[in-house]
Write a new protein. Sequence first.
Length: 201
Amino acid sequence: MKFFRNIYDEIWNEPVEFPFVRRFFAAVVDVSLICLADLIVLWAIFDYVGQSVYGFYFAIVYFTISNHKLTKGQSLGKLVFKIRVHDKSGAYLNLVKSFARSALISFTYYGTSLLMYLWSIYPEAARERYALAILFLLVSFGVIFFAVFDFAHRGLHDLLIGSQVNFRKGFEPITKKVNFSLVIVYIVVSLIIVTYHYLLK
């Protein structure tokens, strides 16, 4: 399978078009830094509920700055692993695109915490909580599914915003469109998720 072949090649420093392993470990570094900030700063000020909400805000700010042209598309994790974020033309993301991409990523990380927060302050808003839970599942699944199976390892957030991650030295333009079969699989699985949760409701 080409996916595993690319991972093997990237681990052994063979040339690959788009990074996956480096991107994974860059995400681990970034999430670890955000969690550390949560523990040191936010937990000292807020309770768990407050920490969840403000941690979500902090993650959006962190990723918005690190995805932006101000930092040349490099978070601390991406800086360590020598990769960066561009748009499809090779330019760095503007503020709007960087914020939108960051909001989707942060929602993936903090979705469960936000759901718990809503349950605590709006116990009667069952329909809204259900809709947010479905949205969280679909976004999270899309981010992971497309990042793994898309030929350029673009997650749902990349596909929606029009961004991609490349090695720091060089830009590899994407000329192919998203594999239509992947979109069909995502839609089918998403419908299954929605139907399953609707039946459990």
